[in-house]
Design a protein around this ligand. Structure first.
Ligand SMILES: Cc1cc2nc3c(=O)[nH]c(=O)nc-3n(C[C@H](O)[C@H](O)[C@H](O)COP(=O)(O)OP(=O)(O)OC[C@H]3O[C@@H](n4cnc5c(N)ncnc54)[C@H](O)[C@@H]3O)c2cc1C
Length: 450
């Protein structure tokens, strides 16, 4: 029997005793949203079992090893509200605060703005004022349908228009199809997620997952790994959750699988990664996490990707994953053309050459320090990790909001980026977990005393 088999056997034994106990709540998915929701429910005195189809927790928040080098799995820096949300559930972590640098055509923007960036922004004041004036007018959202329309009508400098297209780039959307309210949310302070003040756990995002799992077990919660949930049905006074490893009974279900607006949601563009390891002395700006490189004509480039074509020049961003005495590792994210499963070998080589060439232009000396590279397509990532590298899972039609956390038809509560709180990032997912716990706790408690 392997260690993994022994763990599964132990889990089966635990599952039997859980069956006897019947937890107040079953949470599907040990991603950030599911874990936070589970912990908040445990804090409120509810018994909770988490079912996770992968063999590790954290969902998109974690790390992986390739060729002996450590790389971040997906999410990597967070709004400063993450501190506040974690402290609400008794989790305290030390974070680094840092800047981001965006190279846009010939200009460079440091965020939060340095004095040099303030000067650059001052040069674009007329455009910025026209944009602010347009969105302050009553009915502006009926006049413009998309981010691209708004920018075309107000911003005259093409380079500055590229910079203001950043929210579309980070969302993986063609600005001509980017809903105006979602686009403006990109810089909104409501709710106060703090994405204008980015933080990262000191040793990497997996520290958040590790701290959550520790807190969950401290409060008496359990996670069953390798347990793929297939369905949920009503039973007398509760729910039965059918999984690859048998049926679990509970009173209430919280699902982190995603609640979609239709059976076939259209998502934002999927991210591919170029994993890079370098010698330890590789240059990288200090105090900076993300360095982005956006081409002139970013909107056209995103439109080409959305139409399934790889443009000659495309945006990408790089951030550090690990630094040891032996190496440094970095992820470079860029969008794959929609619908393309794999680029052919010559195109992959051209993509790698384009990225490393541009990296060497914006961080001189970087390319010559590279000792390892691996390009991972969204399809490869899905096959290796059972997760999708997409920020927006479900592009909702204009004028519609995300569905409610509680599905009135099924009585199932949902968490993650497809419900509740606005925007599509880890802080929104975590907030949905906290909101779901607040809604679920009284119901699960009522059922227990009934
Ligand atoms: C490439 C990429 C980079 C990102 N970068 C950032 C960033 O830097 N900052 C930021 O704030 N946000 C970022 N995000 C967004 C962030 O990762 C997500 O908002 C957040 O991780 C969502 O957490 P979640 O728990 O809702 O979903 P997930 O992390 O997807 O977790 C869902 C969990 O449910 C499990 N599950 C699914 N179906 C089943 C089933 N049937 N049975 C059992 N278990 C199941 C999955 O295995 C998974 O563990 C990024 C996203 C991507 C794709």
């Amino acid at each position: 029997m392997t260690t993994h088999d022994a763990e599964l056997a132990e889990q089966d034994a635990a599952q039997q005793s859980d069956h006897a106990a019947v937890p107040d709540v079953i949470v599907i998915g040990a991603g950030l949203a599911g874990l936070v929701s589970a912990i908040s429910l445990l804090q409120r005195g509810r018994s909770v079992t988490v079912l996770e189809r992968r063999s590790v927790p954290g969902g998109l928040c974690g790390s992986t090893h390739i060729n002996g080098y450590k790389f971040t799995l997906a999410c990597n820096d967070f709004g400063s509200s993450m501190r506040r949300y974690l402290s609400e559930i008794g989790v305290s972590l030390t974070f680094n605060e840092h800047a981001s640098v965006w190279h846009v055509g010939d200009e460079k923007y440091v965020l939060p703005p340095t004095p040099e960036t303030q000067e650059t922004l001052a040069r674009h004041k007329a455009d910025s004022d026209r944009l602010a004036e347009a969105v302050s007018q009553p009915g502006f959202d009926e006049k413009f349908e998309s981010a691209a329309q708004l920018l075309e009508a107000t911003v005259r400098d093409p380079g500055y228009a590229d910079f203001r297209t950043l929210p579309s780039y980070v969302s993986g959307l063609d600005p001509a199809k980017h809903r105006l309210d979602w686009f403006l949310q990109g810089s909104s302070k409501n709710p106060d997620y703090g994405y204008d003040n980015l933080i990262t756990p000191i040793e990497g995002p997996e520290q958040i997952t590790e701290a959550l799992v520790e807190r969950l077990s401290q409060l008496g919660g359990s996670i069953h790994y390798d347990t793929d949930v297939h369905g949920i049905r009503d039973t007398d006074g509760g729910k039965a959750v059918t999984t690859s490893r048998g049926e679990f009974h509970t009173r209430t279900v919280v699902s982190g699988k995603g609640r979609f607006s239709s059976n076939e949601p259209r998502s934002g563009l999927e991210l591919a990664t170029l994993h890079i390891a370098t010698r330890p002395e590789a240059p990288f700006p200090s105090g900076v996490h993300t360095v982005g490189n956006l081409p002139a004509g970013l909107g056209r480039s995103m439109a080409a990707l959305d139409a399934g074509r790889l443009p000659d020049r495309f945006g990408f961003h790089i951030f550090p994953c690990a630094a040891t005495e032996a190496y440094r590792s970095f992820n470079v994210y860029f969008y794959y053309p929609r619908g393309v499963e794999e680029l052919d070998e010559p195109t992959s080589t051209a993509v790698r050459n384009y990225i490393t060439g541009e990296l060497d232009r914006i961080i001189p000396g970087f390319a010559s320090a590279i000792v390892f590279q691996r390009l991972v397509s969204p399809t490869q990532f899905k096959n290796e990790h059972g997760l999708r590298r997409v920020s927006i899972q479900d592009i909702l039609p204009a004028g519609t909001g995300k569905p409610a956390i509680r599905d009135a038809a099924t009585g199932v509560y949902h968490v993650g980026n497809t419900v509740g709180s606005p925007a599509y990032h880890a802080c929104a997912a975590v907030l949905s977990g906290l909101q779901a716990a607040e809604l679920v706790a009284p119901e699960a408690g009522r059922a227990r005393t009934a």
